[in-house]
Design a protein around this ligand. Structure first.
Ligand SMILES: Cc1ncc(COP(=O)(O)O)c(C=O)c1O
Length: 395
C-alpha cells in the first residue's frame, strides 16, 4: 500500500548524526557504564508539590475531556505570564494549551504555511525543526548561523533567504548552542519579518534558563505581536517533560483557527495535567529557580574546568541546559570526536553535525547528570581533546 510522501519524507533520510546516541544507549543496555551527556532532560523528576496538585485534580474528578483550547484558569495564567514578560496586553483568547511545545511548533506551522510554502529555520537547530515543517507540507529552508558570531543569527542572511518564504522559526535561549539572542539580533530579525511579511515562530521553551544577559521575547518588540507566535512549555521550566503541556500565544484570530485544529487532532490536554501546570506556574519564580539551579551550577563548574585548558572553545553558555564546545583544534569532526570519546572513555555527547551544518566541528554537552559525575566526565573530555590536539600538532 502507498504511504504519503509527507510521512515517509518527514525525517529527510540519511545519517542524522544520532548514531552515537543510539550506540551509547546500546552500550548502557549491555551493562557498560556510560556517562550520558546527550539528552535535554533533567536528572530530577517533577516536583512533589506539582505531583500533589495533579493527584488532587485527578482524584477531584478532572479526568474527563478537558476544554479543547485549555482549562480557563491555565490559559489566564499563561496570558498573565506572557503579558508580564512582554508588556503586550495578553488575554486567555491569545492562548492555546497544547500537548507540549512540540505540538505547538507543529500547530504554529500548520497555521501559517500552505503546502509547498517555504518556512525558514536557523542552523544549528533543535532536531525536530525540519521534520515539523515538512510535516505540514511546507518546504524547510535552513539559514546558517556562524561559530565566529557565537551563533547569533545575521539579519542580512535571513533577509537574503526570505524571498518567497512565509515564516521564520527561531529559538532563544537556544538548543543546541546555549546562546541567548541579544536585543540587537532580535531587533534585526523583527525588521526582516516586517519587511518580508514573515510570521515569526518563537520557540521560548528555555525562557527560565538564562545564565547571562536577558531573555527577550520578540512579541515584546514594536509591531511584532501581530505576527509572532510564541511557543512555550512546562517541560524545561518545571521538569514536566512527560506531562506534555505547552502553549502557543499569538493573535486571537490565529488561536481561534488553532482551536479548530486541536479539535481535529489532539482534542486537548488532560485536565489534571493542566491543573498541575497552573499550580506550578503560580508557585512562582522560586520553584523555577530551584529547577534551573543544577544547570546554573554545572555551567559554572564547566567554566572553571574549561579555563584550565586551551584546546576546546566554549561557545558563550548564556542559557539552556547545554554547552557547545568547538573541537576543531583536535583535527576531528564533531562526529569523529563523539565516537572516539564514547569508545575510549564511555562518555556520550552529541556531535554538532546532528544539529545541522553550522555546528560541524563542535559537540553539544548536556549538563544533565549529577555534579560530580559531570565534572569528572568534562575533565576527562578535556584531557582527551588535549591529547588528540597534541598528537595532531606533533605530526
Ligand atoms: C528547542 C526545543 N523546542 C521544543 C522542545 C520540545 O519540548 P516539549 O515538547 O517537551 O515541550 C524541545 C525539547 O527538547 C527543545 O529543545
Amino acid at each position: 500500500m502507498q504511504l504519503s510522501r509527507r510521512i515517509t519524507h518527514l525525517t529527510g533520510g540519511g545519517s542524522d548524526g544520532w548514531d552515537v546516541f543510539y550506540r551509547a544507549r546500546r552500550m548502557k543496555a549491555e551493562g557498560v557504564p556510560v556517562s550520558e551527556l546527550t539528552i535535554g532532560e533533567h536528572d530530577i523528576r517533577t516536583h512533589a508539590s506539582i505531583l500533589a496538585a495533579m493527584d488532587a485534580s485527578a482524584r477531584g474528578g478532572h479526568t474527563g475531556y478537558a476544554m479543547v483550547p485549555g482549562v480557563a484558569s491555565l490559559r489566564e495564567t499563561v496570558a498573565k505570564r506572557i503579558q508580564e514578560q512582554t508588556g503586550v496586553p495578553t488575554t486567555a483568547d491569545n492562548v492555546l494549551i497544547t500537548p507540549g511545545g512540540q505540538a505547538a511548533l507543529f500547530a504554529a506551522h500548520a497555521a501559517t504555511c500552505n503546502s509547498g510554502d517555504t518556512a525558514l529555520y536557523l542552523d544549528p537547530y533543535y532536531a525536530t525543526y525540519p521534520g515539523t515543517i515538512r510535516g505540514v507540507g511546507a518546504v524547510a529552508k535552513a539559514v546558517q548561523t556562524h561559530a565566529e558570531d557565537a551563533f547569533q543569527p545575521r539579519a542580512a542572511e535571513i533577509d537574503a533567504a526570505a524571498e518567497g518564504a512565509v515564516s521564520l522559526l527561531i529559538n532563544s535561549p537556544n538548543n543546541p548552542t546555549g546562546v541567548v539572542y541579544s536585543r540587537e539580533t532580535l531587533e534585526g530579525i523583527a525588521e526582516v519579518c516586517k519587511k518580508r511579511d514573515l510570521w515569526l515562530i518563537s520557540d521560548e521553551v528555555y525562557d527560565t534558563q538564562v545564565w547571562e544577559g536577558e531573555h527577550i521575547s520578540p512579541r515584546a518588540l514594536p509591531g511584532m505581536a501581530e505576527r509572532t507566535l510564541v511557543v512555550g512549555s512546562m517541560s524545561k521550566s518545571h521538569a514536566m517533560t512527560g506531562s506534555r503541556c505547552g502553549w502557543i500565544v499569538g493573535p486571537a484570530e490565529v488561536i481561534n483557527h488553532l482551536i479548530n485544529l486541536a479539535t481535529h487532532t489532539t482534542y486537548g490536554v488532560p485536565g489534571f495535567v493542566q491543573d498541575a501546570a497552573d499550580f506550578a506556574l503560580n508557585a512562582g519564580a522560586e520553584l523555577e529557580e530551584e529547577i534551573a539551579a543544577p544547570f546554573r551550577r554545572r555551567r559554572q563548574l564547566a567554566k572553571e574546568i574549561l579555563a584550565g585548558q586551551n584546546t576546546l572553545g566554549l561557545v558563550p553558555a548564556q542559557g539552556a541546559m547545554y554547552l557547545m564546545l568547538d573541537v576543531r583544534a583536535t583535527g576531528m569532526s564533531g562526529e569523529d570526536f563523539a565516537n572516539a570519546l564514547l569508545d575510549t572513555h564511555h562518555i556520550a555527547v552529541m556531535p554538532g553535525e546532528s544539529f545541522g551544518q553550522a555546528a560541524a566541528g563542535h559537540i553539544r554537552v548536556a549538563m544533565t547528570i549529577a555534579d560530580d559525575e559531570f565534572a569528572q566526565a568534562l575533565q576527562t573530555l578535556c584531557t582527551f581533546a588535549t591529547e588528540r590536539a597534541n598528537a595532531v600538532a606533533a605530526q
